[in-house]
Design a protein around this ligand. Structure first.
Ligand code: GAL
Length: 342
């Protein structure tokens, strides 16, 4: 395992962004950058040893800074996913957030964690990113100190370890928003997906949970047995998966296998493990004509996300696993993206 630091560019206000390349003996390379604590590239071999970059993104920092960037590879927060009408209350105090996605708040607001330059350094075998979100930023209470450590194992596991503390009670939900394409490009509809979830959170037409947890049994939402992503997708609400699957709570805080995806031609596999109670499976339904890496143009359903997280709009659903964090508590979550071949 080795890590090299390099210069990645400067933001509009002149802040320097660093990139780090993590490599292992198997020849896997992962590039992460301090803007948005994001994953820039993941190069892994297929079953014939051919390398490809399996995440969507841009050639240079400029693309990530642009308004067309649909959160490629970024850490979303303070509250990833949606909060209904941008409102929630905590201990009787009402908080109001930017409504940046129809009537709702999405991915932490107008300048969420995906748009911040994080502090970043190499520490042992990991790249440690940290960031302090001031009290009141984007409408959220409490100064939140966050750390995200990236490490790569010799078993081709990219591990993301999150931790956070606050000085006032707040809500948080952190995720990584990588768009994967295990063929390195083209449609993802022929990728085979399996998600180990019996239920999902039913959403209204603005993607806010109604509160109902519905069984996937006998429906187009059932991904418990591996099937091509495209097999039932036309029956899915909105014409594509963009839903939170409810995972069994992990015992003893160990990450559990939430999802497995296989690209049948090259044989690359991705397994997603998490300590979180949910995973948002999003099939890139809103991608449209985005000029990406190496001249690629990304369109609808050419990338999929496995956003491990708490359930959407939890602050307005006391019956959902809580997203509250109080002073003295430490938020800790782990996500592993494990690559291989079949
Ligand atoms: C996803 C979300 C989608 C869409 C996307 C960004 O996390 O579930 O509905 O907003 O982010 O384009």
């Amino acid at each position: 395992m080795g890590i090299e630091q390099e210069y990645f560019g400067k933001t509009g206000d002149g802040r320097e962004v660093a990139a780090f390349v993590l490599s292992n003996a198997g020849g896997m390379h992962v590039k992460v950058a301090s803007y948005g604590a994001m994953i820039v590239s993941i190069e892994v071999p297929d079953r014939g040893g051919r390398m490809a970059d399996v995440v969507l993104g841009f050639d240079a920092l400029g693309g990530y800074l642009g308004k067309d960037n649909p959160y490629f590879g970024a850490c979303c927060g303070r509250y990833a996913n949606r909060i209904a009408k941008g409102r929630f209350s905590l201990d009787g105090v009402e908080y109001s957030l930017a409504q940046n996605n129809g009537p709702n708040a999405l991915h932490g607001g107008l300048a969420g964690f995906d748009k911040k330059v994080w502090d970043a350094k190499i520490e042992g075998d990991s790249v440690r990113m940290s960031f302090a979100s001031p009290d009141g930023e984007e409408g959220y209470p409490g100064t939140l100190k966050i750390e995200l450590a990236y490490s790569l194992s010799e078993e081709n596991e990219l591990k993301l370890e999150y931790s956070a503390t606050t000085d006032r009670k707040t809500v948080l939900n952190l995720t990584n928003h990588s768009y994967f394409n295990l063929a390195g490009g083209g449609s993802i509809l022929d990728h085979i997906v399996q998600i180990n979830a019996e239920r999902y959170t039913v959403v209204d037409d603005t993607a806010i949970p109604t509160g109902e947890l519905r069984t996937v049994d006998g429906t187009e939402m059932d991904l418990r047995q591996p099937i091509p992503i495209g097999q039932n997708i036309s029956s899915v609400q909105g014409g594509g998966y963009d839903h939170n699957y409810c995972l069994g709570q992990s015992a003893g805080g160990e990450p559990v296998l939430a999802a497995r995806v296989v690209e049948p031609r090259g044989g690359r596999t991705l397994e997603c493990l998490t300590t979180e109670p949910g995973v948002q499976f999003y099939t890139g339904n809103f991608l449209e004509n985005i000029g990406g890496k190496g001249g690629a143009v990304y369109n609808r359903q050419e990338g999929f996300c496995l956003e491990t997280q708490h359930w959407p709009d939890s602050p307005n659903h006391p019956e959902f696993p809580t997203t509250e964090l109080a002073p003295g508590e430490t938020y800790a979550q782990t996500c592993i993206y494990r690559f291989g071949t079949d």
